[in-house]
Design a protein around this ligand. Structure first.
Ligand code: MD3
Ligand code: FE
Length: 215
């Protein structure tokens, strides 16, 4: 590999594409079976649901959570809550396979001792989109966010600190992991409408795990 290319990759195959932002292509692939089983376990206890925005609009992404707190949205706004509003009990415990993957990915991107207390599980079907936003409901912006893509590919939009900053497009595929730390932690981002398709393992859907230190 020419030096100019090698500089963008580290030994583990991590690609840095912005300040603190690392793409780990296929990092979750070898853990696919354990992750799918863990997603089933979480969804059996806390089913996927379409939350409402502050304005009362149904979100097109279906969501659930696991961990000490879960991200919820309703007409009162966005926040992390220790209990699932459906049923009122605590969120499912974060599966060990989830916590281990998040910690390993963060370490591969240079963030030691990432201990997420929340995992938002997003489910997309063809047509589902997520408009441009920032993740700023967490208390500590020094911790990175780790996101894991499974199933159908998505076009991810990645902008800057200002909503009007130009956006780049990144194709995220089954097994890809992205670590967002440093300055990129507060960059705007979104997902274009999912294209039609059927993934051989996941079927006609995309699941994204987003690990955060919320508290
Ligand atoms: C960039 N989810 O749940 S994950 C979200 O694919 C969310 O479901 C998307 O954005 C999804 O909030 C994207 C990638 C992601 C997550 C957090 C970020 C990108 C980020 C925080 C800062 C910058
Ligand atoms: Fe986000």
């Amino acid at each position: 590999m020419p030096t100019v290319m090698r500089e963008l990759f580290d030994d583990a195959g991590a690609t840095q594409f912005d300040d603190g932002a690392w793409l780990l292509r296929g990092f979750a692939l070898e853990r696919e079976a354990a992750l799918l089983a863990a997603i089933e376990t979480v969804a059996a206890q806390a089913p996927f649901r379409h939350m409402e925005t502050r304005r009362g609009l149904r979100m097109s992404v279906a969501m659930t959570n696991c961990g000490e707190v879960g991200w919820v949205s309703d007409r009162r706004g966005y926040r992390y809550a220790p209990r699932d509003p459906l049923g009122g009990g605590p969120w499912p415990v974060m599966p060990e396979a989830f916590a281990a993957l998040a910690g390993d990915a963060a370490r591969a991107a240079g963030f030691e001792a990432f201990a997420p207390d929340a995992c938002l599980v997003n489910r997309y079907v063809p047509g589902t989109r997520l408009s441009l936003h920032q993740d700023r409901d967490e208390r500590d912006f020094d911790a990175p966010i780790v996101s894991v893509s499974l199933g159908l590919p998505a076009t991810f939009l990645f902008g800057g600190l200002a909503r009007s900053d130009r956006t780049r497009r990144i194709a995220l595929r089954h097994g890809d992991v992205v670590v967002w730390g440093g300055a990129s932690r507060l960059f705007h981002h979104g997902v274009l409408a999912l294209a039609d398709g059927v993934h051989p393992v996941m079927g006609a859907r995309r699941i994204n795990l987003t690990f955060r230190k919320a508290l």
